[in-house]
Each structure stands twice: as structure tokens, then as C-alpha cells.
Design a protein around this ligand. Structure first.
Ligand SMILES: [Mg+2]
Length: 200
């Protein structure tokens, strides 16, 4: 049997929290008078990698979104709208709580400062993680090898000693290519089964 991993590296979006992008586009559409599909199209042209790399801060992001949608959103309004689509994955959070102290835990998320500011206080379990790597703070994004190497460095783990869970197959493949034990996250029940198979 495989040795259980020393560390678990977890994604955030669609793992610990859900993000209903259709709701986001509807809410922004209602505010701006644009059809949701038009909101989606205009925002798709923005390219969020700069914000995820931390090159664009909260005000820059607000200005970019305001400009793309042809409105001027106040900081308060932007914060509320930009985070309106998150819900906690209530089923999986107790399972993650149950891993604290049994295995090193790290979060590895491509995100921007506004989403990070909203979500961190709503996920107290993150305070019990050994490391929280947010792309906007680290300055690198998945699937680049550098951010996986940084996670391993902070955890003090060799690649094979770490299991990585993400809902995006592209990121799972990237981690596996570096020697981590990559797993596709789907549901809380499947996560249970995957943890069992890992000996956790
Ligand atoms: Mg995700």
C-alpha cells in the first residue's frame, strides 16, 4: 500500500467554496443594464491573470471591471457585487477540519485580492492550515510549476509526499507532471473516497 501523503494541497474555488458565475453575470447585468451574456463577454476580454498575479490591486480591478462594463462602481458596491456569487461548500468543510493535525495542509488558489479579502474571514479553517498560498500574494499562478514548487518548499515536502486536489483537470495534470499525487476534486463523497485511498 502507498504511504499516506505528508501534506495535502487543496484548491479553493469549487473545492472549499462554490462560485456561481452565472449569478455574478446576472447581478452585474442588473446593475449595468447589460444582458448577462454581454457582461460575460466583456469581462472575458479583460484577462484576469494580472489580478491573479497580484499585479492589479483592489482599486485597479474595480476600475478595470467598471471600464469594461461602462459604469463607475464604488469600492463598497464593487466588493459586494464581485463576491456575490460565493457559497461555502458546507459538506466538505467539516471533512477538511477533520484533517487538521493529521496531515500538513496548504491552500493553493489562483485568486485576486478582492476575493481573498472576502473569503478569508468566512473560512476560519484556513487559520488552521499550515500554509495559505494565494496567487495574488505569491505572484505566480497555477498551472505554472513555480507555484507548486513554492508550495512544496513551504511544506518541506518532496513532490511524492504531497497530494494535490483541484477541480480543474489542467491543474491536476500540471501537479502530476511535477511528481505530486494529483487528484481531481469532484464531490465531498468522492473526496472521502480519495482520502481513504490515500490512507487518510
Ligand atoms: Mg477551483
Amino acid at each position: 500500500m502507498n504511504t499516506p501523503p505528508r501534506a495535502l494541497i487543496l484548491d479553493l474555488g469549487n473545492v472549499l467554496v462554490f462560485h456561481d458565475n452565472a449569478l455574478l453575470f446576472r447581478r452585474l447585468g442588473a446593475r449595468t443594464g447589460l444582458p448577462p451574456a454581454e457582461v460575460e463577454q466583456r469581462l472575458a476580454g479583460e484577462g484576469w491573470t494580472a489580478a491573479n498575479r497580484g499585479l492589479v490591486g483592489a482599486d485597479g480591478l474595480r476600475h478595470d471591471v467598471s471600464r469594461a462594463l461602462g459604469v463607475e462602481l464604488s469600492p463598497e458596491e464593487f466588493f459586494e457585487l464581485w463576491n456575490c456569487h460565493f457559497t461555502l461548500h458546507e459538506e466538505v468543510l467539516p471533512r477538511v477540519e477533520g484533517l487538521v493535525g493529521r496531515v500538513k495542509l496548504a491552500l493553493l488558489s489562483n485568486t485576486n485580492v478582492v476575493h481573498a479579502a472576502y473569503l478569508r474571514p468566512r473560512l476560519p479553517v484556513l487559520e488552521r492550515f499550515d500554509h495559505v498560498l494565494l496567487s495574488c500574494e505569491v505572484g505566480q499562478v497555477k498551472p505554472e510549476p513555480a507555484i507548486f514548487h513554492e508550495a512544496l518548499r513551504r511544506l518541506g515536502c518532496a513532490p511524492r509526499e504531497a497530494a494535490f486536489f483541484d477541480d480543474l483537470p489542467e491543474f491536476v495534470s500540471a501537479a502530476s507532471a511535477l511528481g505530486l499525487r494529483g487528484h481531481l476534486f469532484t464531490t465531498a463523497a468522492a473526496f472521502d473516497e480519495q482520502l481513504r485511498a490515500l490512507g487518510l
